[in-house]
Design a binder for this molecule. Structure first.
Ligand code: SF4
Ligand code: SF4
Length: 418
């Protein structure tokens, strides 16, 4: 009979979490108990990875996940650049078998995602479990968009008695202010740790002296995208657009769209609810990007309430409502929820019968999948940033790995199980 614990010895996963204990009776007991809990976790991890393997076998290609309604994407953030965190996020979600990892159109960020994926494939391989490599997607914009901006402020303009609400509301720990002995803020360049800011804008309205501003940027310069696609392992692209910027979308597509045909396996269009202009906008975009000869898959990303999934369960309703609207248009391609997605989303989709049923697959009437962004990031930021995996992705030495894995696995499982 196959014995898990032998396997774990073999792959070197049986380990103690603290090698400084003395050889006393008490320490021996403590050591034994920790060893047991470690073995238990390793055994559970192994059986969970077997489940991941089954999910991947059911959907060997990207299109299978989209058709089955089991597509899962991790959103690292279109302007988020915290490289160690992005690498660890990518490691965890790749290990959980997600289909795609979406990140900023930035070489260093793409490489961090790739490192996380490579680490996950190697780690699973130690259990003799082959993982599928998720697609790497980069996000670009055709016009001003909240996903593509950074907040900043001058700390010398902050009143010394300010209770720093900006710091409390920031979901990305991008504001970490320190005061001197007189209560004055220690000057900090731009007030915000720029690579951790993903532009949610929550800090702006809470500042009592309107000291915080945001600066938008564009990532759509054709030559930059071209060289990025040339030099980095990118499989998919997402264009953030909206009803008001259809002209800018056309210009962007004219400059870079044709090269996607040969280079990419997937193009995603992310958009908020454009109200009465939504249908015209989406039909125009459909005419531009979907031709008879088109080989890439197309995803319509219903960005209900951008960057809000961590605020509360209710944010889910905005993306579900928008996804329903888009489904009714019967566009060519797949509809995916984002912007307000959290651990509640899948049960809402099930309740509203918006997921493919096993006995009757009708992709035209079902949501193909969901994308986790701020909900997943916020929960993991605390866990991973305090105790990040080291550079060799040595998860055994990371006391947070077990908690982080539990969170990620149970987030992905309800979707992947169909
Ligand atoms: S609250 Fe949002 S916009 Fe403000 S610093 Fe944090 S991540 Fe950036
Ligand atoms: S809330 Fe405004 S004034 Fe207060 S610390 Fe933050 S930026 Fe400064």
């Amino acid at each position: 009979m196959f014995c898990h614990s032998n396997l774990f010895h073999k792959v070197g996963l049986l380990h103690t979490r603290n090698n400084t204990w003395r050889n006393t009776k008490h320490c021996k007991l403590k050591h034994f108990l920790l060893r047991c809990s470690s073995v238990q976790f390793d055994q559970r991890l192994y059986s969970e990875l077997l489940l991941v393997k089954q999910w991947l076998e059911k959907s060997p290609k990207v299109v299978n996940s989209l058709q089955n309604g089991t597509w899962v994407k991790l959103i690292c953030g279109a302007s988020y650049q915290d490289l160690p965190f992005i690498r660890n996020l990518s490691f965890l979600f790749a290990l959980a078998g997600v289909d795609c990892i979406d990140c900023a159109a930035d070489s260093a960020v793409v490489r961090s995602v790739d490192q996380g994926i490579v680490g996950a494939l190697a780690y699973a391989n130690r259990f003799r479990i082959p993982l599928k490599r998720p697609l790497i997607m980069v996000s670009i914009n055709d016009d001003e968009d909240p996903h593509f901006r950074k907040a900043s402020f001058d700390t010398s303009h902050c009143p010394p008695d300010c209770s720093k609400p900006c710091e409390r509301v920031c979901p990305a720990s991008a504001i970490a202010l320190q005061s001197d002995e007189n209560g004055f803020l220690i000057p900090f360049h731009q007030g915000v740790i720029q690579n951790k800011c993903y532009g949610c804008g929550r800090c702006v309205p809470v500042c009592p002296v309107q000291n915080i501003e945001t600066t938008s940027f564009s990532s759509c310069h054709g030559s930059v995208i071209d060289s990025l696609l040339e030099s980095e392992p990118i499989d998919a692209i997402e264009i953030h657009s909206r009803a008001e910027s259809i002209q800018q979308f056309k210009q962007l597509w004219d400059s870079i769209g044709p090269s996607f045909e040969t280079r990419l396996s997937l193009v995603s269009i992310s958009f908020p609810d454009g109200g009465e202009y939504l249908e015209e906008f989406l039909r125009t975009v459909e005419r531009i990007i979907v031709k008879e000869s088109t080989k890439y898959q197309v995803i319509w990303q219903a960005d209900g309430k951008p960057m809000s999934g961590d605020i509360g369960r209710g944010t889910t309703m905005a993306t579900v409502k928008l996804a329903k609207k888009v489904l009714s248009l019967r566009l060519r391609g797949y509809v995916q929820c984002a912007g307000g997605v959290n651990d509640y989303t899948i049960s809402v989709l099930n309740e509203l019968e918006l997921r493919p049923r096993k006995e009757k697959v009708d992709t035209g009437n079902s949501v193909a999948g969901i994308a986790f962004g701020s909900f997943a990031r916020r929960r993991l930021i605390e866990l991973l940033q305090r105790n990040s995996f080291d550079d060799t992705m040595n998860v055994e030495n990371s006391s947070c790995f077990e908690q982080a894995w539990n969170f990620v696995f149970h987030l992905v499982k309800p979707i992947k199980q169909g």
